[in-house]
Design a protein around this ligand. Structure first.
Ligand code: GLU
Length: 298
């Protein structure tokens, strides 16, 4: 596994599909603290690859909320919607090794054909080339212009990637440990969706490499995804960053905060009169400041 050597590079990578909430603030602050500790660079990446959900006004709001929180970023914003050529080039490299196939299946068809197994995100697992549709029918439908998703042939990818696939995990300030990657849990992941120019897993590894990211600091909800990221990095010959998966901010019901938890958006808290220092304090970054805001991290 190659380790980048020069100035450490961190990134905060929100998707502009809603307002930032306390969970995002925690992630951004973890990145800021980690970058500051090692005099690293902190980049802002806008993960706006999903045209059906992302909106420019949310990007503007994200920039405003982060500035209000007092977090400064280095360099220009990288927007995924502007990097389609990079994703296409990566896809072509995988295609040239016969690692990608078009898939016409709907979610329902995958669920029906499968054993009920689901990937770590809860989607029905897709293993093996579209079993439900005859090869001639696939060709005919593709020729007729039906949009297809592009999937990674996991069995073939696994055979080509190093047997020992792992990453260095540092959690929240622990000394590094080796985690063995288990991409099998994801089945044949989508690399390009029917309506998305690149899927998250492909875009994120291309972006992390393009931006020279040495340290990925992000929530534990993405821990399982790291297995796929390591596989794609190995297949594309990209360096492996160090990974630091942090705790998540939980709502009063103990569930992970989502962008729909509008009451805990930074904008709503600000409108309710809270200051940025109180938010930082509630998340454990400002030990000397008192705050009535209570946040559970887990
Ligand atoms: N865009 C993702 C999110 O908003 C973060 C992806 C990452 O940090 O790898 O949850």
């Amino acid at each position: 596994m190659s380790t980048p050597s020069s100035t450490p590079v961190f990134r905060f990578a929100p998707s502009p599909n809603g307002r930032l909430h306390l969970g995002h603030a925690y992630s951004a602050l973890c990145n800021e603290r980690a970058a500051r500790r090692v005099r690293g660079r902190l980049l802002l990446r806008i993960e706006d690859i999903d045209p059906t959900r992302c909106r420019r006004e949310f990007e503007d709001a994200i920039v405003e909320d982060l500035a209000w929180l007092g977090i400064a970023f280095d360099g220009a914003i990288r927007r995924q919607s502007e990097q389609i050529d990079d994703y296409d080039a990566a896809l072509q490299r995988l295609q040239s090794r016969d690692l990608v196939y078009p898939c016409l299946c709907t979610r329902g068809e995958i669920a029906k054909a499968g054993s009920g197994a689901r990937d770590p995100d809860g989607a029905p697992l897709h293993r093996g080339r579209c079993v439900g549709v005859a090869p001639q029918e696939i060709v005919a439908r593709l020729v007729a212009g039906e949009p297809a998703a592009l999937r990674l042939d996991l069995a073939r990818a696994r055979a080509l990637a190093p047997v020992e696939l792992s990453w260095r995990e540092f959690g929240e300030g622990e000394s590094g440990r080796n985690i063995v990657a288990a991409p099998e849990a994801w089945g044949d992941v989508v690399l390009r969706g029917k309506e998305r120019p690149a899927a998250y897993h492909l875009a994120v590894v291309v972006d992390d490499a393009a931006q020279g990211v040495s340290d990925v600091v992000r929530g534990r909800d993405l821990y399982a995804s790291t297995s796929v990221h390591r596989l794609l990095q190995a297949l594309l010959g990209l360096p492996a960053p160090r990974y630091h998966h942090h705790r998540l901010a939980l709502g009063a019901d103990g569930a992970k905060l989502s962008k729909s938890a509008a009451s805990l958006s930074l904008a709503a808290l600000r409108e309710a009169g809270l200051g940025a220092r109180e938010i930082r304090a509630a998340l454990g970054f400002e030990p000397d400041v008192a705050t009535s805001l209570r946040v559970t991290l887990s």
